[in-house]
Ligand binder design. Structure first.
Ligand SMILES: Cc1cc2nc3c(=O)[nH]c(=O)nc-3n(C[C@H](O)[C@H](O)[C@H](O)COP(=O)(O)OP(=O)(O)OC[C@H]3O[C@@H](n4cnc5c(N)ncnc54)[C@H](O)[C@@H]3O)c2cc1C
Length: 483
């Protein structure tokens, strides 16, 4: 929709959209779909790169997407470690396999330092020492000091967006794209009811629905992943049962906005997809209490460890499948750095605080002698600096010795979708013949090609920030050329 019509709408007035004196029929420079970290980052970078009129469309009532729920651990190349940018890129490709594009992996690792500094410049403070996180490949994970780091990132970047005069239309779900004769793109969108926001399939527009059109010189799709879309899961990852919930909504209480809209919008517009079978399942919302690999041990119902806690999430999943188990127990003591969610996990009974190992065994119905043996062997491994069960070095591992002990049942949930829109190094979306779709960019979890079959811990938020920044700057550049 052109500015004239938009500004007449009570919605726009209620939201106080900026730059109201601009020429009435002027299209937007950049329209961003989705106000997650990738979308907000793209919008801010587009403004910083010279785009004047930037608008975000967000289908829910709040900005932030999945980052609102995230502890905000991020992976970053370490400036003080020689060649660490290359090493981080290599780790991404080694974990990701053939569907991890080395050029995108290098963009991610090279951009990770600037992304981290951007957060620092906005006021984010980290716990001093980088650690080896569960699901990571080396000790490069930074944890914010605040309990809900992802929420903090959203607040800080949103404030930046407001300072730049960027408007966000909430409750506005993008549904399609079309190309104008002028070459510009028009985004079709609909104000949605609360019930419609989280449905995987948006019902066709009814007669009285207000379908709105936003014409733009460049568009950035930043609508996040598709882990909550059961129909897409059945198509691309049929081995995952419909009953498996997502980490964004483990109990099915709130709904998860990761419905894959941007994938469908892109596909309908001729975009190619890449890496679609790669859906990451992780242990997260149950008994786990710490993100530090080796800060807790994972044991089955016979109190035996079955995998290295420092392994990749794909290996953890495989180990569980091989053992034929659908859950395990996470056990730690009082000495490890606990995640922010520990309070609510204790309150809801997901995690039990126990004075003794015997009490932990009773809580989890584990054989006590086997548990004692497993803990003793683990503590000995920690002392030796090498895991006696797997042969792996133990860098930040802790013995399980200081009461109280914490134990809780953990399962795998859908966490992240690696597959998505295929893009080039400028994040311009590619069509099925590998040609860039002029003026259409993608950033964040909606884009495929970075992480491949197994994403490393902390790389999702870093990717949202890094590729949001690239997409925003490229979209601004495209818009300025089109003026
Ligand atoms: C519980 C949890 C914890 C996590 N913790 C971490 C962590 O600590 N570190 C890490 O690196 N990663 C973490 N992740 C992953 C990380 O948060 C996400 O991958 C990342 O935030 C994705 O950002 P995004 O902007 O691409 O997508 P999203 O955050 O999903 O944002 C997309 C936005 O687009 C909106 N949208 C969708 N469709 C439309 C449409 N049609 N029209 C308009 N708007 C639309 C959505 O409502 C949403 O606001 C976590 C994820 C979860 C679920």
């Amino acid at each position: 929709m052109h500015r004239r019509t938009l500004l007449r709408g009570s919605l726009a007035l209620a939201l106080g959209l900026p730059a109201m004196t601009a020429a009435e029929s002027e299209p937007w420079d950049v329209v961003v779909l989705g106000a997650g970290l990738a979308g907000i980052s793209a919008a801010v970078s587009a403004r910083e790169a010279g785009a004047e009129r930037v608008l975000i469309l967000e289908k829910t009532a709040v900005a932030g997407g999945h980052a609102l729920l995230a502890p905000g651990t991020i992976a970053s190349a370490r400036p003080e470690v020689p060649n660490d940018v290359m090493r981080m890129a290599r780790e991404i490709v080694e974990r990701g396999g053939a569907d991890a594009d080395p050029a995108l992996a290098l963009s991610l690792s090279a951009g990770s330092i600037a992304a981290r500094r951007r957060l620092e410049s906005l006021g984010v403070d980290w716990i001093p020492q980088a650690h080896w996180a569960v699901g990571a490949a080396s000790p490069r994970t930074l944890t914010p000091r605040t309990a809900m780091g992802g929420y903090e990132f959203v607040q800080l970047l949103s404030a930046e967006a407001v300072r730049h005069g960027i408007g966000t239309l909430f409750g506005m779900r993008a549904t399609g794209l079309r190309r104008e004769k002028s070459g510009r793109l028009t985004v079709e969108a609909r104000p949605v009811t609360p019930e419609e926001v989280l449905t995987a399939e948006l019902a066709p527009a009814r007669r009285n629905d207000r379908v709105m059109h936003f014409e733009a010189r460049a568009v950035v799709i930043a609508t996040g992943g598709w882990g909550a879309n059961r129909r897409m899961r059945r198509r691309y990852a049929p081995d995952i049962s419909d009953s498996v919930a997502t980490t964004a909504d483990p109990q099915g209480l709130f709904g998860d906005p990761a419905t894959g809209d941007g994938i469908r919008i892109g596909e309908d517009f001729g975009a190619d997809l890449t890496g679609m079978p790669h859906v990451q399942l992780i242990p997260y919302a149950g008994g786990r209490t710490t993100d530090v690999a080796g800060g807790e041990i994972w044991i089955d119902d016979s109190a035996a460890r079955f995998v290295s806690e420092g392994e990749s999430f794909a290996v953890v999943r495989q180990a569980m499948e091989e053992r034929g188990i659908d859950h395990f127990w996470a056990l730690s003591d009082a000495s490890t750095l606990k995640n922010a969610g520990i309070g609510s996990k204790l309150a809801s009974g997901l995690v039990h605080e126990c004075k003794t190992l015997e009490e932990a065994a009773v809580r989890a119905k584990l054989p006590i002698e086997a548990l004692r043996r497993t803990v003793a062997r683990w503590n000995d491994s920690v002392k030796q600096g090498r895991d006696a069960d797997t042969g792996r070095p133990l860098l930040h591992a802790r013995p399980i010795a200081v009461p109280p002990f914490y134990i809780g049942r953990e399962t795998l949930l859908v966490h992240f979708t690696s597959g998505g829109l295929r893009v080039d190094a400028r994040t311009e979306v590619l069509d099925r013949r590998g040609r860039p779709i002029d003026g259409l960019f993608a950033a964040g979890e909606v884009m495929g090609g970075i992480h491949g079959r197994d994403r490393l811990s902390g790389n999702a938020i870093t990717a949202a920030l890094v590729f949001g920044d690239i997409a925003g700057r490229e979209a601004a550049d495209c818009a300025l050329r089109r003026r």
